[in-house]
Design a protein around this ligand. Structure first.
Ligand SMILES: *Cc1c(COP(=O)(O)O)cnc(C)c1O
Length: 372
């Protein structure tokens, strides 16, 4: 993607970025309803006019109170922040850290809950773009539900790339952002919230008159979703609408299948190339594939060796992911040409560094995955 040129200082120049029409107020609640359908939930859906990290901080801040016991699963910096926000609000947080850059296991979650049986909240990230893993959400949600524990799921990097049936799984709070698999804007996010989770939002401790206040947002729902919470950011909301139009036209199941195919093809291509994907097929993210750099090179050397090829290879982020190279097949990148070019570029980089890479076999494996 090329960066647009710096704007000329010409105030007569027409730009679509300035003076947009107001976002029609009657379409605000409609967007929440479309997200409800996407998440397959009857729970309330709130729109947050900020990037998804702010929605996550709002959830933690609004449910935290002294004495609240929470089990927080940490598989990336996002999960670590969530635990800190809960603790800042006085909650009693037990941290369950998975092995660095690995998915948590259901056995570890069961043990942690057995050791902290009065946990009222269980929080986790569904899929991680930082390391390319996916936690076993279905099993964890079932376990939490069987014990009456409210679940909070960061689904920002899974919505649209992994099946996510909020009500079937009984997830109490799910936070999503449109900018990953949904290929939408990054400046707005959303969350679904169940009646059980609303009960945790305590009137005494929850902030009011704050971007972090879910109670302020409840006022919007209680007003029959009439009075909008603040000025709607038109550019973000028109972009969100366009992203939803495109996802609904494709069908979210097809969007998920497109990411699964990109993931399978990337993994098959890497294996044929002679590189082993970092995560198992069961615990991999479908948005991002990671691979450990060969012992003789660093991820930045490999990325630099491929930098003239115009493919998006990046290093892993967070503890344990330092030696990982990431293949990004998220959103509009979840397609044949991106997968083929990125895996090929990785092979070229390895060869340039004097390492072996069977690019022919990799291309054949990707072709076979897409020919299915
Ligand atoms: C991208 C992402 C977020 C949100 O990040 P923003 O930069 O705030 O949009 C949150 N959680 C996870 C797991 C993510 O991958």
């Amino acid at each position: 993607m090329t960066t647009p040129p710096a704007p000329a200082r010409n105030i007569d120049r027409w730009t679509p970025l300035l003076d947009p029409p107001a976002f029609p107020p009657d379409r605000y609640a409609l967007i929440a309803d479309r997200i409800k359908a996407l998440l397959m939930t009857e729970n309330d859906v709130l729109l947050i006019q900020a990037e998804a990290v702010v929605a996550l901080e709002a959830v933690a801040t609004s449910i935290a109170r002294p004495g609240l016991k929470a089990l927080n699963i940490v598989t990336s910096p996002y999960g670590g922040w969530f635990g800190k926000w809960l603790a800042r609000g006085g909650a009693d947080v037990v941290t369950l850290a998975a092995e660095p850059a690995r998915a948590v296991t259901i056995d570890a979650v069961r043990q942690a809950l057995d050791a902290a049986p009065d946990s009222a909240v269980l929080a986790l990230v569904h899929a991680e773009s930082a390391s390319g893993i996916c936690n076993p959400l279905d099993e964890i949600a079932e376990l939490a539900r069987s014990r009456g524990i409210v679940t909070v799921v960061d689904a920002v990097a899974s919505i649209g790339g992994h099946p996510l049936d909020i009500d079937a799984l009984g997830i109490d709070i799910a936070v999503i952002g449109p900018q990953k698999a949904l290929a939408g804007p990054a400046g707005v996010s959303a969350l679904s919230i169940s009646p059980a989770a609303w009960k945790l939002v305590s009137e005494e401790n929850s902030p009011r008159d704050s971007i972090l206040s879910l109670l302020d947002q409840r006022a919007w729902i209680e007003s029959g979703r009439a009075a909008l919470p603040g000025t709607t950011a038109p550019l973000e909301f028109f972009a969100l609408e366009a992203a939803l139009d495109r996802i609904e036209a494709e069908g979210v199941a097809a969007t998920v299948a497109r990411h699964a195919k990109a993931s399978h093809a990337t993994r098959a291509g890497l294996q044929a190339l002679g590189a082993m994907p970092w995560a198992s097929d069961r615990t991999t993210s479908r948005l991002v594939t990671t691979v450990e750099a060969p012992a003789t090179s660093t991820p930045s050397e490999i990325i630099a060796a491929a930098s003239d090829l115009g493919c998006e290879l990046t290093s892993g982020v967070g503890p344990g992911a330092e030696r990982l190279v990431r293949f990004n097949h998220t959103g509009n990148r979840a397609r044949f040409e991106t997968v083929l070019s990125a895996v090929t570029a990785y092979g070229i980089a390895l060869q340039r560094l004097g390492l072996k890479a069977d690019i022919g076999s990799a291309a054949a494996a990707i072709a076979a995955a897409y020919a299915d």
